[in-house]
Every structure is written in C-alpha cells, then in structure tokens.
Design a protein around this ligand. Structure first.
Ligand SMILES: [Zn+2]
Length: 348
C-alpha cells in the first residue's frame, strides 16, 4: 500500500505538468512530496494512467440515461408520466424537467470535486428540444457523452446486424452533430454476463462475434457491455460483486474492440425489483457498498467503473447524496483518479 501511494504520488507529480492549467489548485501548486491535502486531478489531462503501474485506483460513475415505459412506473412514480415515442418505440430516452435538473445537479457535484461524469444517451433523446439543450450544456461543461443506441435496442443477440448498425450510426451522427464531440464508445442496452464473447440466449439472430464486428463497422472502438451481477446464472452476493471488480477490468476482444465492463451492481440491480433489487434498502447501505467497492479497487489497484441511472438515482436519492459522499471519500486519498469511461479507453 505504502509503495503504491508513493509511486502514485510520483506519477501525479510527473503528470501535473501535462495537467497544468486544468490542475490549477491541485498538485501543481503544492509541490512533490507535499503532504498537504490534494484535490483530484482532472483525469482528462492525464495522458496515461494504469493503476497497476501507477498505483491508486480510478473511479468512474457512468450514467445510462433510459427510462421505464409502457405503463411501468417502478422507477419513477411521481405525477409526471414518461412520454412514448411517436414511432411506437418505448419511451426510453425521453426526460422530464425533474430528471433534467437532476442530471445538471449531478454534473455540478462532479465539478465541485474536479471530476467529470460519463453519460450514455439514446439517439431518441434528440427528438425533444429540451433534451437537446440539456445535452449541449452537459457537453459544454466537459462531461463525456456516448452512445446507448437509438431506442435502447436489446437484447443485441436477438436483433439483426443491420438494425444494430443503423441504431448505432444514427445515434453517433446525432451526438457528433449536436454535441460537437466524436463518438467512438457504446454502452449496450441491458448488459451481458459474458459481454460480447458469447450470448446466453439460444435463439440468437446475431452471434456475439457478429455484434462485435457490426459495432466496429459502425465506427465504434470501445464498448461497455459486460455485467457483474451474476455467476452461473445466480445473482452474486454484495461481497462477491465487489471481489469481481478484479475480473471486470478492461480487455480487448479478438476483433480489436475494447470492452470496459460494468463493475459491481448497478443501482437498478441494487434497488429496482425488476432487476432483482430491493427498493426498501436504505440509501446508507448503498453508500457503504460503494465505499467498500472503492476500498477494494484501491487496495488492488483497479479501474472501478460503476453503472448508474439518473432515473433510479432520482427516485432513491433525490439529492444525489451518494455521489457527494463517494467523491469526498475518494478525495481523502490523493492517488484516486476520478475519471470517465472515455478516459479509460484513452489510457488502455
Ligand atoms: Zn440502458
């Protein structure tokens, strides 16, 4: 542990030159070897980071922006209903002011800790002007926004490669046109125990390998598809899900596509009954669980990438307390890097 901390401190000193400017008020001002309180380095300014080599760990909060639909109100049971898409697609991706404001508040929390959030949005969110304005603002504030298909297309093994390519490229074009950012990352709707190595369903229309190739053909270079909640068809315990962080590190498929897996339970899996969660679990337990995950990642020098949903967060934690608590927990250790999934792609 000590050695890791030291090497990490040295590493941060080296990278502080790269991070000059954005890191003002962080390490650069304190000088190497200083034991003064250090705030998080802006990860987007670190050229390379590998916790195994450099020590510490990285922590990512990545938000899948999708919604309940078709009369399901389990995620969000207040008066304002979700909207349905005109073309008969489910309402995935359409937000209302409560969730828009919540997303802005989460972004503000991250900025308070000199961190950026990762969002995965659906193309159909651009059907509404209010959503377009939201994502433009979030992108301008420096947060990372990538692809979650157009209509939350899932499961991918039961969709044709044409349909997958169409939804991904359409969304990629919309993100690039409206948000002035290159989109080369996709979070798959749903998520798969074996990622895109092999699908569980027997009656697959497209094989996992075909899906990988289709994603690459769509101009995408990294994907986040591998889940972390079950083994051998059984839901794992909280403790086991944390140990599995070590088995959910980024890797390349033979096709050349990079996988950045989900770590630990998603908030949906923790709280939402349709995903095996328990809506009555206290918020404090979730915060404790996240802290334990940070500890494990830190002790083992790992990338910790947490998948969360604004709609679920909003219901269970309308003030976004967990994000503040985890960021301030991380900030107690100078060698924890708060980053986006995009940063991980860049580093790996
Ligand atoms: Zn989703």
């Amino acid at each position: 542990m000590k050695n890791n901390s030291l090497s990490r401190r040295k590493f941060l000193c080296k990278t502080s030159a790269i991070a000059a400017g954005a890191a003002a008020g962080t390490l650069a001002g304190h000088g190497c070897g200083s034991e003064k309180k250090m705030s998080a380095v802006d990860a987007s300014n670190i050229r390379n980071y590998n916790p195994k080599k450099n020590g510490g760990c990285s922590v990512t909060f990545s938000y899948d922006v999708d919604m309940p639909c078709g009369g399901n109100t389990y995620l969000y049971d207040r008066q304002i209903p979700w909207l349905r898409g005109d073309d008969g697609h489910d309402a995935h991706g359409h937000l209302n002011d409560d969730v828009r404001n919540y997303i802005k508040n989460l972004a503000t929390t991250a900025e308070d800790y000199n961190a950026k959030l990762q969002f995965f949005i659906q193309g159909n969110t651009f059907e509404k002007q209010a959503d377009v304005a939201l994502w433009k603002e979030i992108a301008q504030r420096g947060h990372a926004i990538d692809n979650h298909t157009y209509s939350h297309l899932a499961p991918l093994g039961q969709k044709s490669t044409q349909e997958i390519e169409q939804e991904i490229t359409q969304t990629k074009k919309l993100i690039e046109k409206h948000l002035n950012t290159e989109n080369i990352g996709v979070r798959t709707p749903w998520g798969y125990t074996n990622g895109l190595l092999q699908f569980d369903e027997l009656s697959s229309v497209s094989s996992a390998q075909e899906v990988q190739q289709t994603i690459l053909n769509s101009g995408i270079k990294w994907v986040s598809s591998r889940t972390s909640s079950s083994e051998g068809g059984q839901r794992v315990t909280d403790e086991r899900s944390i140990e599995m962080i070590a088995e959910r590190q980024p890797f390349y498929y033979d096709s050349g596509l990079l996988e950045i897996p989900f770590c630990i339970f998603q908030d949906r899996e923790y709280f939402d009954s349709d995903c095996g969660g328990d809506p009555l679990r206290p918020l404090e337990e979730w915060i404790d669980y996240l802290k334990k995950a940070v500890d494990f990642a830190y002790e083992n020098n790992l990338y910790l990438s947490v998948t969360v949903h604004p709609s679920t967060s909003f219901k269970h934690d309308p003030k976004g307390k967990y994000l503040k608590e985890i960021y301030s927990y991380c900030k107690k250790k100078p060698d924890i890097v708060l980053c986006t999934t995009r940063d991980i792609y860049r580093w790996v």
